[in-house]
Design a protein around this ligand. Structure first.
Ligand SMILES: [Mg+2]
Length: 110
C-alpha cells in the first residue's frame, strides 16, 4: 500500500484525537462527529475569509491581517480537522486517498 499520509502526521492525528476524547469523555461518538463536522466548517470558513482578504476587495483591517503564513496555517487547519473527522468516522484516509487518486489518474491521464 502506498503511504499518502506520513507516519508523523498520522501519529499527531492519533495524539490529538486521544486528547480530544480525554477532555470530552461525556460526549458520544455521534456527538463527537457532529462537533468535528462543525469545527471543519469553521476552519473552511477561516480559510475562505483569508482567501477573500487576499484576492478580493476587503475592509482595510482585514487586509492588514493577511499573511502567506496565516493562509498556509488555515489550509493546514482544514487538512488536520478533516483527518480528525475521518478518524472519528473510522475512515482509513490513506486507503481513501490511494483509491481516489487512482480514479483521478484514470479520468485525467488516460
Ligand atoms: Mg483556523
Amino acid at each position: 500500500m502506498i503511504t499518502m499520509i506520513t507516519k508523523e502526521l498520522h501519529n499527531i492525528i492519533l495524539l490529538i484525537d486521544s486528547k480530544l476524547r480525554d477532555i470530552s469523555k461525556d460526549i458520544s461518538d455521534k456527538e463527537s462527529i457532529y462537533a468535528r463536522s462543525i469545527k471543519l466548517n469553521e476552519e473552511v470558513w477561516e480559510l475562505m475569509s483569508l482567501v477573500l482578504a487576499n484576492y478580493w476587495d476587503q475592509r482595510d483591517e482585514k487586509l492588514l491581517d493577511f499573511s502567506k503564513e496565516k493562509l498556509g496555517h488555515e489550509f493546514a487547519d482544514v487538512i488536520i480537522t478533516t483527518l480528525l473527522l475521518a478518524k472519528s468516522m473510522d475512515i482509513d484516509i490513506n486507503e481513501s486517498l490511494v483509491s481516489k487518486l487512482i480514479k483521478i489518474k484514470e479520468r485525467w491521464l488516460i
